[in-house]
Design a protein around this ligand. Structure first.
Ligand code: HEC
Ligand code: HEC
Ligand code: HEC
Ligand code: HEC
Ligand code: HEC
Ligand code: HEC
Ligand code: HEC
Length: 384
């Protein structure tokens, strides 16, 4: 079976699993045009493996290795949210933030009590739940810029790995609050009083989007390379490193090859940031505020994209290595003006404000639950 066919089959399975579930993360069934991505744990590498077509199977070398030769990308990436979006709770400041705190999860849930043990591990208990009496807080997802949400893995009775997304998250300034999307839930069993439970592929997908590589098995993570590192997007790099060590002009490696185009990039970023096929048709029609979390969905319906021969992509405005939080207001405006330029007659100019504040009016901030903010990537004229 070719890699591509295998990818499509597995991706199909993922979407089916997701569709059947009732969790907020609903994925619709639009077919994948290219069929190369969306394989949990293998998407980026299968995309790039097609391009390289080498007989040696490359392995992961880690971002430190890439940094030896690509210093600037390495240093920029180090302060990007991608580089700190998955951590063991015990290796963060979360045990101190939660220790001895209580949080009322609501009538059907109860009051959580958190405690840190001598080894620095954090756990949570509910007064009338005996099994488990103490649930460890294992992994923190999210860089903390908006939120960090806790994930605990368990092995269900049938052997399937389950993920518990805790009902309480940590927001900026060590504030504890309800996890986004949890307010309206009802627990159906004791374990679920700690948070939302996902199974199998769905749990795999959660870990997939926040790590470079990880295998879930028997309620544990194996082969973990945390965070969205170089090799998540570029594919495992051992062959490239070997070739670069013996030549100043190594053969093309992932992006940069002739096969890499706008569509490849949209598929790459959209694999995690979500494409239209990841949301329901009704959401696509209504475009509720929550859809602004999914930047590709907005960008793809913008006139800027549709009317520019579909040449607009994420990296038209974002260097994939540079955090958006490190970019000046002025640079964002320049990103618009590269097309909407008064010196060129090819594009329309703004009759209201041709040189300033584009973002405020055409990509406004949308505030969501718990004060989390997104910018509406459906670039358009907002008339109030
Ligand atoms: C493997 C999944 C994955 C892929 C692929 C991915 N991202 Fe992300 N991205 C994330 C996650 C997870 C976060 C949240 C980081 C955090 O915890 O704050 C994020 C955050 C971001 C942010 C905001 C944080 C910051 O510091 O700027 C930008 C901008 C961004 N991604 C752009 C991109 C672009 C552009 C691409 C494609 C070149 C891309 N991402 C591909 C998962 C991914
Ligand atoms: C399809 C890929 C995908 C899946 C599945 C996914 N995430 Fe994310 N997650 C992202 C991306 C992309 C972002 C960045 C959002 C942004 O800033 O635009 C993100 C952001 C976050 C954040 C930062 C706060 C926020 O809301 O922006 C947290 C916390 C988080 N995810 C936790 C989780 C947990 C826990 C799971 C599984 C139960 C999960 N995610 C599943 C892609 C994913
Ligand atoms: C979120 C996905 C993503 C991550 C993570 C990522 N890259 Fe990239 N990288 C890209 C994309 C997309 C391009 C092509 C950009 C373009 O078209 O201009 C690229 C281009 C490059 C290039 C060639 C152009 C340049 O900027 O010099 C190098 C070298 C590179 N990346 C190295 C790295 C290294 C080293 C890391 C880790 C420290 C890394 N990348 C992490 C997506 C990523
Ligand atoms: C021994 C030095 C060395 C190491 C280590 C190294 N590279 Fe490179 N890389 C190069 C050279 C040399 C080039 C070609 C010249 C250039 O584009 O800078 C290159 C080119 C690239 C390109 C441009 C795309 C292309 O096909 O030309 C990307 C992307 C890239 N490297 C990513 C990475 C990543 C990711 C890692 C870690 C897995 C890595 N490199 C490790 C030396 C290295
Ligand atoms: C890749 C080129 C490109 C970039 C970058 C770009 N645009 Fe556009 N935009 C276009 C094109 C093409 C149109 C269609 C009208 C025209 O030809 O100018 C358009 C249309 C628009 C419209 C009219 C939308 C409508 O529905 O009538 C607005 C508003 C706009 N752009 C704002 C922006 C802002 C703000 C930015 C920066 C955040 C931006 N654009 C970046 C190419 C671009
Ligand atoms: C026309 C320019 C433009 C394009 C194209 C663009 N972005 Fe953005 N993006 C922005 C601006 C402007 C911000 C807000 C910057 C700030 O914080 O002030 C932003 C913010 C973000 C953030 C931080 C969360 C948020 O929504 O505020 C993420 C993640 C992100 N973009 C991802 C993407 C992805 C993925 C793509 C490709 C599908 C993309 N962007 C395409 C201009 C763009
Ligand atoms: C104060 C809010 C505001 C700011 C700031 C602003 N715009 Fe606009 N823009 C508008 C409004 C309102 C319209 C619709 C005007 C009309 O149709 O009468 C518009 C129209 C446009 C159009 C469509 C023009 C056409 O003829 O169809 C483009 C393109 C555009 N703006 C780009 C930009 C860019 C690029 C910037 C930043 C350099 C920017 N705008 C700054 C409010 C703003």
């Amino acid at each position: 079976m070719s890699i591509a066919v295998f990818a499509v089959l597995v991706a199909g399975a993922v979407y089916l699993a997701v569709q059947r579930s009732s969790v907020a993360l609903v994925m619709a069934d639009e077919p994948d045009r290219r069929g190369t991505t969306h394989l949990p744990g293998k998407a980026a590498s299968s995309l790039t493996a097609d391009i390289r077509n080498t007989s040696v199977k490359p392995t992961y070398v880690g971002r430190e290795k890439c940094g030896e030769c690509h210093r600037e990308n390495f240093e920029q990436h180090a302060v990007h949210g991608h580089a700190s979006t998955f951590a063991e709770v015990s290796k963060t400041d979360l045990p101190d933030a939660f220790d001895k705190q209580t949080f009322d999860g609501g009538d059907a849930y109860g009051v959580y009590t958190y405690s840190k043990d001598d080894a620095g591990n954090l756990s949570v208990s509910l007064p009338d739940v005996d099994e488990p009496t103490d649930l460890p807080l294992q992994y923190a997802l999210g860089s903390g810029h908006s939120a960090r949400t806790i994930l605990t893995l368990t092995r269900a009775a049938d052997g399937v790995t389950e993920g518990i997304e805790h009902r309480v998250s940590c927001y900026p300034n060590a504030r504890l609050g309800m996890t986004v999307g949890h307010g309206e839930k009802q627990p159906t069993r004791d374990l679920e009083r700690f948070g939302d439970i996902t199974r199998g592929e769905l749990t795999q997908r959660c870990v997939y989007c926040h790590t470079t590589t990880a295998t879930l098995t028997e309620g544990r993570i194996e082969n973990l390379v945390a965070n969205v590192n170089c090799e998540k997007c570029h594919g495992p790099g051992s062959e490239h490193v070997r070739q670069a060590q013996s030549s100043k002009n190594p053969p093309p490696y992932s992006v940069g090859s002739d096969n890499w185009d706008v569509e490849s990039e949209i598929q790459l970023c959209g694999d995690c940031h979500r494409l239209p096929r990841s949301v329901t048709k009704q959401e696509l029609r209504d475009y509720p505020d929550t859809l602004t979390r999914f930047q590709p969905v907005g960008m793809l319906r913008s006139k800027c994209y549709l009317a520019s021969n579909r040449e607009m992509k994420c990296s038209t405005c974002h260097d994939p290595h540079q955090s958006v939080h490190g970019i000046s207001h002025e640079q964002h405006i320049q990103n618009c003006i590269q097309c909407h330029d008064a010196n060129e007659s090819t594009h329309t100019l703004c009759p209201v404000s041709p040189t300033t504040n584009c973002i405020e009016c055409h990509m406004p901030t949308v505030v969501q639950e718990q004060g989390i903010k997104f910018h509406d990537h459906w670039i358009r004229i907002h008339r109030e």
